[in-house]
Design a binder for this molecule. Structure first.
Ligand code: PLP
Length: 386
């Protein structure tokens, strides 16, 4: 039995709800038939709500990085100048993609664990008036911070027409996203994080300002050409064979989100973050990030007196509980708990309870139950269903 029980608490891929799993096992259908058109038609407006946009949301078969590359190839061309704000490993991915396309790329580095500062970005853009686009992550998965993208867009807009491009892969669907209202020009997300699906779909939406650029951008592109996706969506179809099983699942994901209510989904993520953070504070184990910039989808913990890797190993061995380690220079120094998508306050209590045992087993002196109790208190205060 236990071999079959995997507790997956990494920041993506995330667990799949049973009803979504069932939806994905439906028999295959023709991708140019009526049923597929109906499905795409039904998905469209519901997906827009999650993005907070009235624009079409392209559904492209590929992992999140395909979505990031889509953003790049559709709005800039070789010789263009861009700014990439790097708050962690995923921010750097935009730099790598831009450089692969010979885009003149400036990088604004922020200390890992901190969020970007809109005033600094504004200053940078002011000093480099040729910058055509500013790239940033929303949730920086490698450190568990949530960048203030609304404030970022506001600040940049005051001094520049640069497009604001956001990698929301590890949080859209779990945290508030108001693309139109906030003035975000391109928003990208993926299926395997807060969207509760397997990897394989990436979603990309563009603002009207961005469309003006996309339509005249001469960068060669074919599979990732956003115009193809938009033109086909307007006819309730896709330019290439869609990942139909994932779309079956997506329909059910949207149903689950609507049944719970988008605001409630956001509140649940906030609650899970608060419970997790309260537990580590009670156990006196340092968090990597401050409360102000903590992401509701992933929490990074930075132990100062025990080995993060030994800890991860023991909880995997004892409970089949998988959490993530650190990336690059934080490798071995932090561990990260994913709490996004199909994850509940009850799951958090389970995770924390198992982790306390793991801590004891590697010799960390803690009082058993102290972290769980702090999380329970948060639940009673903020989460109880009335
Ligand atoms: C997971 C993730 C990605 C996408 O990675 P893929 O492996 O290509 O799906 C991109 N950005 C962020 C912030 C992520 O967390």
């Amino acid at each position: 039995m236990l071999q079959d029980q995997q507790i997956l608490r990494i920041p993506g891929p995330s667990p799949i709800p049973p009803s979504v799993q069932r939806a994905m096992s439906q028999p295959m259908i023709g991708h140019r038939g009526q049923e597929t058109s109906q499905m795409i038609k039904s998905i469209g407006p519901r997906l827009k709500k999650v993005f907070g946009t009235s624009q079409e949301v392209a559904m492209i078969t590929g992992s999140g990085t395909a979505g990031l590359e889509t953003a790049v190839v559709n709005i800039v061309q070789p010789g263009d100048e861009v700014l990439v704000i790097v708050t962690g490993a995923f921010g750097e991915r935009f730099t790598k993609i831009c450089e692969a396309y010979n885009i003149k790329t400036h990088q604004l580095d922020v200390e890992w664990g901190q969020a970007l500062n809109p005033a600094n970005v504004k200053q940078f853009v002011q000093n480099h008036p040729e910058i055509k686009a500013v790239f940033s992550t929303y949730c920086e998965t490698s450190t568990g911070i949530l960048n203030p993208i609304k404030e970022l867009a506001e600040a940049v807009r005051e001094v520049s027409d640069a497009l604001i491009v956001i990698d929301g892969v590890s949080c859209v669907g779990g945290v508030e996203t108001k693309m139109d209202e906030w003035g975000i020009d391109l928003m990208v997300t993926g299926s395997q994080k807060a969207f509760m699906l397997p990897a394989g779909l990436t979603f990309v939406a563009a603002s009207e300002r961005a469309w003006n650029v996309i339509e005249t951008n001469e960068q060669p592109r074919f599979y990732l050409d956003l115009k193809k996706y938009r033109d086909n969506l307007l006819k309730d179809t896709t330019p290439f064979t869609p990942a139909l099983s994932l779309l079956f699942g997506l329909e059910q994901v949207l149903q689950l989100i609507e049944d719970e209510g988008l605001e409630q989904v956001y509140a649940r993520h906030q609650l899970m973050m608060n419970m997790t953070r309260a537990a580590f504070k009670a156990l006196d184990i340092p968090l990597l990030t401050s409360d102000a910039f903590a992401s509701p989808t992933v929490t990074a913990v930075q132990p100062d007196d025990f080995d993060a890797e030994a800890f991860r190993k023991v909880i995997k061995q004892q409970f089949g509980l998988t959490i993530a380690g650190g990336q690059q220079h934080l490798s071995g120094k932090i561990f990260r708990i994913g709490h996004m998508g199909y994850c509940s306050p009850a799951d958090i209590l389970q995770t924390l309870g198992a982790m306390e045992i793991g801590l004891k087993m590697i010799g960390k002196e803690i009082e058993l139950g102290k972290g769980v109790a702090a999380a329970q208190q948060i639940y009673l205060k903020e989460g109880a269903i009335v």
